[in-house]
Design a protein. Structure first.
Length: 85
């Protein structure tokens, strides 16, 4: 998801997003990977993380989302959140 090749990066996101929808428990062990993307300076990485982490909350038995709640919702102030870039 961090490839410089846009087609590859987008296709990876699409696959991972679909897995996060249909089988979120499969990606939950990779929570920290997506959390790191959430703090990225790259807007595409942040938005990808927002989408995937939101789906992983359905299997968040460890309550990891509680720890990042503020960080996650602060991104609603991000101009990319509204498509303003």
């Amino acid at each position: 998801m961090v490839s410089k090749n846009e087609i590859y990066r987008y296709n990876c996101f699409k696959v991972l997003f679909q897995v996060s929808v249909s089988h979120p428990a499969e990606l939950y062990p990779e929570w920290d990977y997506f959390l790191n993307l959430l703090g990225s300076s790259n807007a595409y990485h942040r938005m990808s993380a927002i989408h995937i982490l939101s789906n992983l909350t359905s299997v968040d038995a460890e309550k990891r989302f509680d720890q990042i709640f503020d960080q996650y919702f602060l991104l609603s102030d991000d101009p990319i959140f509204f498509g303003i870039l």
